[in-house]
Design a protein. Structure first.
Length: 368
């Protein structure tokens, strides 16, 4: 499924007109893809595959160099693809006065300070005001369309498929790194663009590190295995965590796992349009607090997922933002005990008017 970005462009142009901006320079890669369908990847924040110039009225432009021009022309329908053989600044200095652009906004949360300073000087010399802005496109991305939700569901189910295939091969003697590589290889074999983040595989007490890095540690019978994984399919991310035991789990593990599962269900049941992110976090956190593990759950309950694997909203005790229908979030409570290990369970959920829709369908390996 390919989503037509033209309604998004129209909505953004209305925002620009309301804010009295003549145009917006889009440099954040996910925002660029969201508005144009252009999928080329940057090689870093200092080396772009192209930027979008979105005027408040008229045809948008995709500005890039010769390495990406064919891809840009193929993917960015409705955009005027313009090359900058001598760099972005000289091209903008030439283009903007011709287009009648006197106020150009830019994404201050992504553009490097040094880059913004150079562009401000060059554009100031030709009478263009270079104005910092934040969140214009991110606020549009936070609520997903039904087409986007369908793509997210597809990504979630493919991620589960990958997990199940590799889960059935896991046995003592394998290393954390070996399992992580197997997961990422299987992602590619099943059509994923890439992992949505670096896969986490942690054995035993390594699981007490929420963002453990897979190493050469070998799995021994009876150890806890924590796997946090996600993939990108058709541009949209999935994110899932499963925790299980290599062998027969003991009563301590089962008790702690059930606490985490009850917390996850409490968070999911609290999700509804109009409820604050804080209240959802607290609903899950209270279960873990009541079980005596409150100080071992230090991170927020969840985060938004879309084109990026981490985006708004944040299910955090510090966020009073209200959930809206169409938001997609993770619900991922955990308990992390130094010297013992960690348990985290993570599913993805769509906020609906009267509750939550869980996108995950499988609970393989939960040892409940």
């Amino acid at each position: 499924m390919k989503i037509d970005p033209s309604p998004r462009l129209s909505a953004l142009q209305k925002r620009l007109r309301r804010k009295k901006y003549d145009a917006l320079l889009v440099t954040e890669p996910y925002n660029r893809r969201y508005l144009s369908g252009y999928t080329a990847a940057d090689h870093g924040i200092g080396e772009t595959a192209g930027v979008l110039l979105i005027p408040a009225t008229g045809m948008p432009c995709l500005l890039t160099d010769s390495r990406f021009v064919l891809q840009a022309e193929e993917e960015a329908a409705g955009f005027d693809v313009v090359l900058y053989p001598r760099g972005l600044a000289p091209l903008l200095k030439k283009m903007l006065p011709r287009l009648g652009i006197e106020t150009l906004a830019f994404e201050s949360e992504y553009m490097l300070h040094a880059t913004a300073g150079r562009l401000a000087k060059v554009l100031g010399d030709c009478g263009v005001d270079f104005v910092a802005t934040t969140g214009l496109i991110e606020r549009m991305r936070v609520v997903k369309s039904e087409d986007e939700i369908a793509l997210l569901k597809k990504s979630v189910l493919r991620n589960e498929q990958v997990f199940n295939l590799v889960y059935n091969t896991i046995e003592p003697g394998m290393s954390e790194r070996e399992i992580a590589l197997a997961l990422e290889l299987t992602m590619h074999e099943l059509g994923a663009e890439r992992p949505s983040f670096e896969t986490i595989v942690a054995f035993g007490d390594n699981g007490a590190k929420p963002h453990a890095v897979p190493g050469d540690r070998l799995l021994v019978p009876g150890e806890i295995v924590l796997i946090d994984m996600g993939l990108v399919l058709d541009g949209y991310c999935s994110d899932m965590t499963r925790t299980f035991v290599a062998g027969k789990p003991d009563s301590t593990y089962r008790e702690r796992l059930r606490v985490v599962r009850r917390a996850q269900l409490a968070g999911i049941h609290a999700i509804c349009a109009g409820v604050s992110c804080r209240d959802v976090d607290l609903a899950a956190r209270q279960v873990i607090d009541d079980a005596g593990y409150g100080k071992y759950f230090g991170h927020a309950l969840g985060h938004g997922v879309g084109l990026a694997v981490h985006e708004d909203p944040r299910l955090s005790s510090r966020s009073r933002k209200k959930l809206q229908p169409g938001m997609v979030v993770t619900v991922e409570p955990g308990i992390y005990l130094p010297g013992w290990g960690g348990i985290r369970l993570e599913n993805m959920v769509v906020v609906r008017k009267d509750g939550a829709e869980v996108l995950n369908e499988d609970t393989t390996g939960l040892n409940l």
